[in-house]
Write a protein that binds this ligand. Structure first.
Ligand SMILES: [Zn+2]
Length: 505
């Protein structure tokens, strides 16, 4: 199989449930997770005849917020359409969605490519729609008869669909893009985007074309000369970011193999079997005509004023890309540190508030680097060992700031500081108290350090002679002896100086 003969073309559709109190077109609550089935329902979300939809203003605001964060144009008229298809999880026989006009269109997101270069993924549209119910399939063990249960709690939950243009070129880019969309949704509090709970689902469409025989123009793939484009394949409802990447890699290989065997690719929808790591055929793809789209006559056109957009803009927060840039410029952090500290908004808030405390005592650039080192190192690793989220309640910021300051001012050694941090987390002791008593102990020891060094010299005459005879390694042994006697509280560098001074003196 000669992969180098082909280009890969990928478009990605991502569905995200937005965080509203009530559903998209009725007042049923959206917090259905782990609730009894069919307890969050009413005539509207059950699709009963005569029930009328009332659009959820907050859901539309969140859709616009996501559009603003991805540099989209925001349209001043909102139209809702009916998308018809028949399936038990859709009781009305149609889903309320948006067809020709989406609320947001023509945006983009920049990602880092595999080689670290910037790559721009173009967004075609972000539209508002409603979620469908949840069906689960069962087999009766005694009779082997099959049946399906439907829970309408999810029916009518607000959903936004973010659709890219087909300008993604690899599984890696698709994975990075999906990761960034999830990060944006969380930063903006548009959604928790928890994929295990189905709050975010991805659907890549993939085709492979012979190199040089096609071009990308105005968001479309066009054939060159007499070339006939290969059809694309869509993989439905992927529930994890790693599966987005794996399913695309699998599909690329499968498609190239089919083409090399002379088979024609048929436009189709496939599913991802996570256990087997393969895609499986589901159905040949419907076209837009099959859905018989029509404007929803129950929902009037909604006007969006400039003042509405200005108001929604006030909810915009500093996004990860801007934060990374600022951390590098203002704090002189490395790209890696800046990325790690901004990967989650709560972490960046924690970093900034801890830094504000540390920089009261320590010069800002030094404080910024020290705080970054402590958080990405010991704090993250000890917190993760104990399954603890990094929050002020779990690990008090002012205690971490004190720990960093005492380390920087050489009152506590790194080992001692890490030991205190671990002890406070593992035995739920107050870190501030632990630091205070360690400081007191350190002070007592520092007061006695001359005495302890002298004891070590007196009881290790051979090591002292070796050092005098030019064996430098002996000094490390003597420093170790002092560290042991002081339970790690002495500063190794100053201990070394005192030792050398005394031996030579
Ligand atoms: Zn309802």
């Amino acid at each position: 199989m000669d992969r180098s003969k082909y280009d890969v073309i990928i478009g990605l559709e991502i569905h995200i449930q937005t965080k509203t109190k009530s559903k998209m077109f009725c007042s049923c609550p959206t917090n259905y997770f782990n609730n009894e089935p069919n307890t969050h329902v009413c005539p509207t979300c059950l699709g009963l005849p005569g029930a009328l939809p009332v659009p959820n203003k907050r859901a539309i605001e969140l859709c616009i917020l996501m559009g603003l964060a991805t540099q989209c144009d925001i349209h001043n008229e909102i139209h809702f359409d009916r998308k018809h298809y028949f399936y038990p999880d859709l009781p009305k026989g149609y889903q309320i969605s948006q067809y020709k006009r989406a609320i947001c269109s023509d945006g983009y997101i920049d990602i880092d490519d595999e080689d670290g270069k910037n790559f721009r993924i173009e967004i075609e549209r972000i539209h508002q729609e409603e979620d469908v119910a949840k069906s689960t399939h069962h087999i009766e063990s005694s009779t082997s008869s099959e049946y399906t249960l439907i829970d309408y709690n999810k029916s009518g939950v607000p959903l936004i669909e973010i659709v890219t243009k087909p300008n993604i070129q690899s599984a890696y880019q698709a994975k990075e893009y999906a990761t960034k969309i999830r990060q944006l949704a969380r930063y903006l509090n548009v959604s928790d985007a928890d994929m295990e709970k189905g709050q975010m689902r991805c659907e890549p469409n993939i085709s492979v074309q012979e190199k040089g025989k096609w071009e990308y123009k105005d968001g479309k793939i066009l054939p060159k000369g007499g070339y006939k484009l290969n059809a694309k394949v869509e993989v439905k409802n992927i529930g994890s970011i790693s599966a987005v990447e794996k399913s695309i890699i699998y599909e690329i290989d499968r498609l190239i193999k089919e083409i090399e065997e002379g088979k024609e690719i048929v436009q189709q929808t496939r599913g991802w079997d996570a256990n087997k790591g393969i895609t499986v055929f589901q159905r040949s793809k419907e076209t837009a005509d099959d859905y018989r789209y029509m404007p929803d006559p129950d929902i009037p056109v909604i006007e969006i004023e400039e003042s509405d957009i200005a108001r929604i803009k006030q909810e915009m927060v500093e996004l990860p890309d801007e934060k990374i840039k600022r951390y590098k410029e203002e704090y002189n952090l490395s790209q890696y540190d800046a990325q790690v500290l901004t990967s989650d908004r709560n972490i960046s808030v924690y970093y900034e508030s801890t830094l504000a405390l540390v920089s009261k005592k320590i010069e800002i650039l030094k404080a910024a680097k020290a705080t970054a080192n402590w958080l990405t190192g010991a704090v993250f690793s000890i917190a993760s060992d104990n399954n603890l989220e990094i929050t002020d309640e779990n690990i008090a910021q002012d205690d971490i700031a004190t720990l960093i300051i005492e380390f920087e001012e050489k009152v506590l050694t790194r080992n001692k500081a890490e030991e205190l941090l671990r002890e406070s987390i593992e035995s739920k002791k107050d870190l501030g108290d632990l630091i205070e008593s360690a400081k007191k102990e350190a002070k007592d020891i520092t007061g006695n350090i001359d005495e302890i060094v002298q004891q070590v010299i007196d009881s290790n005459p051979k090591a002292v002679d070796d050092y005098k005879a030019g064996k430098d390694a002996s000094i490390a042994y003597l420093v170790g002896q002092v560290m042991q006697k002081t339970k790690g509280s002495a500063d190794p560098n100053s201990t070394r100086s005192i030792l050398i001074e005394k031996i030579n003196g």
